[in-house]
Design a protein around this ligand. Structure first.
Ligand code: FEO
Ligand code: CA
Ligand code: CA
Ligand code: CA
Length: 583
């Protein structure tokens, strides 16, 4: 059951008000500092960040070169994990911060200023854009002064849109992932649009490929069997201008499968900078938001995953066996197991439906030749088995004390027919649902669920169940800390046109209306979202990311060293009395 938080509750900080300022606000008694903004040198020759020249587009030469960007922190920080190093108290003073770089604002990358619609026009510019994507591994340490800094470490690494990778699991080598450049279908290149994340009990990082579709250009008319690339996954648009200088991002009728090599969960060993990232196909191909790993009492791993698009689904993967025994046999717990998709019933019950070739409608007659085909076309398989279309499933989370699982549903203004799990006919503000697996067993195929809260202006406006003081919209990032505080991060329109923010909710305390206590903890700078969250094991340092400040030209955050170019960055938050964050 859901535990009690005691009379005082979990939230001890004074609330922050809504903000339209171009700074990060945190509660009185807390301090926020900027760490590793886009362009921070971390490897190789450690090239210093050089901003482009505002108002001087052309040549894509503004600022650092592509080769330099590949040795610097990427752009648009997103999901993030802190991996402790050392022993004892050291574990909260030194670690590897591993973070995603979701996408790029090409105008800041090349020209240093906001130039709407700007895309690179040279091969060098495309290479720089590709180098600003992917993942960074950065060793960081806490100085005696309390300040966290990046350190020069042999473990530091950039993974980009061109890094050598491998496929594993049932779709590795499948005809649907074979290309002219990789006829074996086993050696994909790079990772893109890395959104949320996860971490495994064996010490690896999971990065999730979300809106990969927009990086491709489709030339010609695809065969009917390949049309789902466009019709279901939305492939096309060439939004970053890569297709003109990298034919890998041109989809043709003769060589259509490169987009099938994205949309996966990728496993990275952050402790070995020479390790090859692995795309784990057993977890399905979708617009992966994040991957929350939960270990059952029997040692099986369960991975909860959202597919962020209107009317898409919630998934979970369950490993075949105890993860330690699988690792001991040289098997990955993420390669063998069962992928399920969620169906929510109106009576508060729900079912996990397996996506297994040969079961139910997932047959050759319906276009699924084998399990590899089910996994490459996960969305179509989930629709066939009767999954519940949701209001954009973003992050998942599990309360470590109670096992209750949560999902943010960020918004869906296209919905016209509400249902129990998506109760607004149009849902501009989003909501959060939660569920308990049957008998607390996360491998179960049945669960019970309810709506945790409906976001919005508060005080009942538009049906929102939060207080007016805690107004927020578009919940996205979500994490429950070891004490059970639910940290909620926003990405989208906020009530009162306020900046995006982070709030904490106390699931153990509810008001008379049954809604949980919510309190605003942080507000971001202008035109940014708040996303990605990690803590040191002692819970005394909190890391969150500020993504895309000034995406429409109205921010200079963080204004480090007097620079006017806005830069995504990690924010390090500590309590001035050295206490646990949130208390
Ligand atoms: Fe990358 Fe759905 O947020
Ligand atoms: Ca984002
Ligand atoms: Ca997100
Ligand atoms: Ca979002």
């Amino acid at each position: 059951g859901r535990g009690g938080g005691g009379a005082r509750g979990l939230l001890g900080f004074p609330a922050v008000g809504p903000s339209t300022d171009d700074v990060v606000h945190v509660p009185a008694g807390y301090t926020a500092r900027v760490l590793i903004p886009w362009g921070t040198p971390i490897t190789g020759s450690y090239p210093a960040f050089v901003p482009g020249t505002p108002g001087e587009p052309g040549g894509d030469a503004g600022g650092n070169t592509a080769a330099q960007q590949a040795e610097q922190v990427g752009m648009h920080h997103d999901g993030m994990t802190y991996f402790p190093l050392g022993n004892g108290r050291q574990v909260s003073e030194r670690g590897l911060l591993v973070l995603n770089h979701e996408y790029t604002d090409e105008f800041y990358l090349h020209t240093g200023g906001h130039t709407a619609g700007y895309r690179p026009t040279t091969a060098e510019g495309v290479r720089k854009s590709q180098a600003a994507h992917g993942v960074s591994v950065v060793e960081i340490e806490r100085r005696r002064s309390g300040e966290w800094v990046p350190v020069r470490s042999r473990r530091n690494r950039r993974i980009t849109a061109t890094t050598d990778m491998a496929f594993s699991g049932p779709a590795a080598g499948h005809p649907l992932v074979r290309t002219a450049a990789d006829p074996g279908g086993r050696t994909p290149l790079g990772t893109i649009n890395n959104c949320g994340n996860g971490e495994t009990p064996w010490g690896t990082y999971l990065t999730c490929e979300e809106n990969f579709n927009g990086y491709f250009r489709v030339d010609g008319t695809l065969a009917p069997a390949d049309a789902a690339l466009v019709e279901r996954y939305g492939v096309g648009g060439d939004r970053n201008g890569w297709a003109a200088h990298d034919s890998r991002f041109v989809v043709t009728p003769d060589d259509p499968n490169e987009p099938n090599r994205f949309g996966w969960v990728v496993e990275i060993d952050p402790f070995d900078p020479r390790s090859t990232p692995v795309k784990r196909t057993a977890l399905g191909r979708l617009k992966h938001e994040d991957a929350t790993v939960h270990v059952t009492k029997g040692g099986r791993v369960v991975v909860y995953m959202g597919d962020d698009q209107v009317f898409e689904y919630l998934y979970k993967f369950v490993s075949r066996d105890n993860w330690r025994s699988m690792e001991a046999r040289g098997r990955s717990p993420l390669d063998e197991g069962t992928l399920y998709v969620a169906r929510f019933e109106a009576d508060g019950r729900g079912t996990w439906i397996p996506l297994v070739h040969g079961q139910g409608p997932l047959t050759a007659a319906n276009g699924f030749a084998d399990q590899g085909a089910v996994l490459v076309n996960t969305r179509q398989a989930a629709t066939l088995v009767g999954a519940t279309p949701m209001d954009r499933p973003e992050w998942t989370a599990v309360d470590p004390r109670t096992g209750t699982a949560y999902l943010t549903l960020t918004n869906n203004t296209e919905r016209t027919a509400p249902d129990a799990a998506n109760p607004r006919a149009a849902n501009p503000w989003g909501h959060i649902i939660r569920w308990d697996e049957q008998d607390g067993d996360h491998t179960a195929t049945r669960f019970t669920w309810d709506v945790f809260l409906l976001a919005g202006p508060g005080g009942g406006v538009d049906g929102s169940t939060v207080a007016a003081d805690d107004a927020f919209g578009s919940p996205d990032g979500l994490w429950l800390d070891p004490d059970g505080r639910a940290w909620i991060q926003t990405d989208g329109t906020q009530p009162g046109a306020a900046n995006n923010q982070m709030l904490a909710a106390d699931p153990t305390r509810t008001g008379a209306d049954g809604a949980p206590e919510v309190r605003r903890f942080l507000t971001g700078p202008r035109q940014s979202e708040i996303t990605g969250i990690a803590m040191t094991p002692d819970q005394r340092t909190l890391f969150v990311n500020v993504q895309h400040p000034g995406e429409d030209g109205r921010s200079v955050w963080p204004a480090e060293d007097g620079l006017a170019t806005p830069r995504s960055a990690t924010v390090v938050i500590t309590k001035d009395d050295g206490g646990v964050i949130g208390t």
